[in-house]
Design a binder for this molecule. Structure first.
Ligand SMILES: Cc1cc2nc3c(=O)[nH]c(=O)nc-3n(C[C@H](O)[C@H](O)[C@H](O)COP(=O)(O)OP(=O)(O)OC[C@H]3O[C@@H](n4cnc5c(N)ncnc54)[C@H](O)[C@@H]3O)c2cc1C
Length: 390
């Protein structure tokens, strides 16, 4: 497996697109400049400057595929011709009232319908806090029970989850449930793993997300495995490292409790890779969706598949990277016949700004990855120039 073949990695990008990506990643790789840019952008948004046009012309096309389904499906159909699947994610955030939860729920069903009709993907994804109040998830996670005053609101959330799972079952689709902050996660985990016992009987319909940067997650995975033992239900796991490290550590410091996050990157990597090893060792009981841009972890998964003598194309294992990132991994795996899905955020510019801000922050802080991205793009530009000269 070679993740360095840039001809494969960028085969779907035109010369112009690749140049745009180069300038963007070069800007992001300049840590302090990127930080200043982020602050200026935040200020402009705060002051209600009309920044949509600027964003749409710069960072948006790198990380988002369109403002609506019609625009986005073109990208998904194009990726399909390279043997890549897509998971469309209508990426609005910060939902806070019943009307917004209802809208997200409807949107989720619509994406499912359209993904199925156009055969874009068998997966859909949703964020639990787009379906219900973050405060309620937090309260139930803390107390461990639902108080009588919260019952109606909690039932509405459960009903939305159920209707999504029912709709997926009717269409033979699969549902990825995102993981969020640790202090709201228990309520989500309990609800989603319980639902698996109902819905994952005929096939693995539900995948819950495990964040390996939490030092307790490998033990938790083992506990869940034990709980399911004997049920003959497959456990769907979306394995990621975790996206809220700064927020988690900050809250732990402020409220004076031990951060749930691994002490350093090495320990997170170890936790992720050991979780992979555990799942593959017990692969008869699991279906796995790996969300990572880490080359070593992706290679480890490939090696573990080989050790278990699994076909590359087995539906039990999926690889996934975010749209606009790590195409070298996605396209190389897809070329070898592994199941790969690009997670494709879409939505109106104004609504995806929080997502784009996270991408800027992540690509600034994970400089190793940004530099890798930049050097691969540079290599491809040089390669194309040479081909044109010959
Ligand atoms: C398809 C897909 C779905 C995703 N879904 C979710 C989701 O539902 N919930 C979610 O939280 N995230 C999700 N993520 C984001 C993911 O958790 C990571 O933030 C991101 O992918 C970077 O990790 P990595 O494995 O790609 O690569 P790497 O670059 O190898 O790892 C970076 C990650 O390592 C961890 N890390 C970095 N520095 C330290 C440190 N000093 N100490 C401890 N740990 C450290 C952090 O988690 C950081 O994000 C998803 C990512 C993908 C690709």
């Amino acid at each position: 497996m070679n993740f360095k073949d840039t001809k494969i990695a960028f085969s779907y990008k035109s010369n112009l697109e690749i140049k745009k990506s180069f300038y963007l990643f070069r800007l992001l790789s300049m840590g302090s400049l990127s930080k200043i840019g982020r602050k200026v952008l935040r200020l402009m948004i705060y002051l209600n400057f009309p920044v949509n046009y600027l964003i749409k012309k710069t960072i948006y096309p790198q990380f988002c595929a369109g403002t609506d389904f019609t625009e986005t499906k073109k990208t998904a159909i194009k990726l399909n011709t390279y043997n890549l699947s897509s998971v469309l994610d209508y990426s609005t955030e910060a939902h806070s009232n019943e009307e917004e939860f209802e809208q997200s729920f409807e949107q989720c069903l619509k994406v499912m319908e359209e993904s199925k009709t156009l055969a874009i993907s068998d997966f859909i994804v949703f964020k639990p806090t787009s379906m219900g109040s973050i405060k309620l998830f937090e309260k139930i996670s803390r107390n461990g029970y639902v108080s009588s005053e919260d019952t109606d609101e909690w039932n509405k959330i459960k009903e939305r989850f159920k209707l999504i799972f029912d709709a997926a079952k009717a269409k033979q689709m699969k549902v990825l449930v995102d993981a969020e902050e640790s202090w709201i996660q228990k309520a989500i985990d309990d609800l989603v793993f319980e639902s698996m016992l109902i819905y994952n009987r005929d096939y693995t319909l539900i995948y819950n997300t495990i964040q390996a940067y939490r030092s307790d997650r490998l033990d938790y995975l083992k506990q869940i495995h034990q709980k399911f033992n004997g049920s003959r239900v497959k456990i769907g796991v979306k394995l990621v490292r975790g996206a809220y490290m700064q927020k988690e550590n900050k809250r732990a410091r402020e409220l004076n409790y031990k951060s749930p996050i691994c002490k350093n990157k090495f320990l997170t990597d170890e936790s992720f890779n050991n979780s992979l090893k555990y799942i593959f060792k017990n692969i008869n009981d699991f279906c796995l969706f790996i969300g990572s841009h880490n080359e070593k972890s992706n290679l480890l998964a490939v090696k573990l598949m080989q050790r278990e003598k699994m076909e590359n194309s087995t539906d039990k294992v999926w690889f996934s990277q975010l749209y606009g990132m790590s195409d070298n991994i996605s396209f190389s795996l897809a070329k070898k016949g592994y199941n790969v899905a690009k997670l494709i955020p879409f939505g109106p510019v104004k609504e995806v700004i929080p997502y784009l801000m996270r991408r800027i922050e992540e690509n600034t802080s994970i400089s190793e990855q940004t530099n890798r991205e930049l050097s691969l793009i540079r290599k491809e530009i040089i390669r194309r120039k040479k081909v044109n000269l010959n």
